[in-house]
Design a protein around this ligand. Structure first.
Ligand SMILES: N#Cc1c(N)ncnc1-c1cnn(Cc2cccc(F)c2)c1
Length: 282
């Protein structure tokens, strides 16, 4: 639904979300999630029913858990169309910082690839001999520069963040990201879920205050692993896209458009999203 929302002007589309401006409210935005899912850098053809509503519910829940962190949710008298209400967030329009504030408690994915090449991530040297999925001695802030849609974010050293946003804001981005990660990973851990890594985005409000934006601590911005599986040696058992990834790995050579997911994979994936959200928010 890229342009049919009465009372709202379509602004742009991400992989799995659309951004609108409420007419007559220049200080607000509407983020509308959809049920599409991306894997291996492709948006898959078959939506996962209920995914958008579940992840919107999860983001709202995390914002409430992180009550000490100012966030961009808006409490405004703007009617959100019923058709998207359960998968939309009305938010304050911020001056966004062009930094993906990534925090890693474990080394995997692109971070592990960079580590293997350089012994570091975002300029932070790491101990030798780490294996994919290892827990880091302590969570690290590994920022990235926000790439254009479809391109990969580029990991940058903290010094580059300082050049981009100034020393005071850079330090606030780092300290706030690490603090939220510590709080969120403790909450997840208590429910048998490992928060391996996550990505936050921040902006400044009209008063110049730092505000947590975008979606937070969902499977779209984070890696959530089954703690019991990890403890038994099955590393990186994701809660969301593992089913999709495993099926694609077995049925696609990675060339051209990914094949349609079968009904059974779609249903099991939908169930898995629900399982994660209900586990975390219980
Ligand atoms: N969140 C937030 C936000 C804010 N509170 N103030 C100003 N700008 C943004 C903002 C701009 N781009 N995006 C990402 C994005 C892209 C495409 C679709 C989406 F739903 C979302 C977020």
């Amino acid at each position: 639904m890229s342009d049919e929302l009465p009372g709202f002007t379509f602004l742009t589309a991400g992989k799995v979300r659309d951004l609108y401006a409420p007419e007559g409210h220049d200080d607000l935005l509407l983020l509308v999630a959809n049920d599409r899912v991306s894997a291996f850098d492709q948006v898959l053809s078959r939506p996962i029913p209920g995914r958008a509503a579940l992840l919107t519910r999860l983001t709202r829940w995390w914002f409430a858990q992180l009550a000490d962190v100012p966030n961009h949710l808006a409490d405004a008298d703007v009617a959100v169309p019923e058709a998207v209400a359960d998968r939309a967030m009305l938010v304050r329009r911020l001056r966004m910082h062009p930094v993906e504030c990534v925090v890693r408690g474990y080394v995997t994915g692109s971070g592990y690839a960079e580590y293997r090449r350089t012994g570091s991530i975002s300029g932070l040297p790491l101990p030798e001999g780490l294996q994919d999925g290892d827990r880091l001695p302590e969570p690290i802030f590994t920022p990235a520069y926000k790439a254009e849609l479809g391109a990969h974010d580029e990991n940058i050293p903290f010094e580059t963040v300082v050049d981009l946003v100034g020393a005071e804001t850079a330090e606030a981005l780092r300290s706030t990201s690490l603090r939220i990660f510590a709080e969120a990973s403790a909450i997840a851990d208590a429910k048998g879920v490992i928060l391996a890594d996550t990505k936050f985005e921040f902006g400044d409000d009209a008063e110049g205050g730092l505000v947590l934006a975008d979606e937070v601590l969902t499977p779209d911005s984070s890696r959530f692993w089954d703690a019991a599986a990890y403890a038994s040696g099955r590393r990186g058992v994701g809660f969301d896209k593992q089913i999709v990834r495993d099926w694609l790995a077995a049925h696609w050579d990675g060339e051209g458009a990914a094949p349609d997911l079968p009904d059974e994979v779609v249903q099991r994936t939908a169930d898995r999203y629900r399982e994660l959200v209900e586990l975390l928010t219980a």
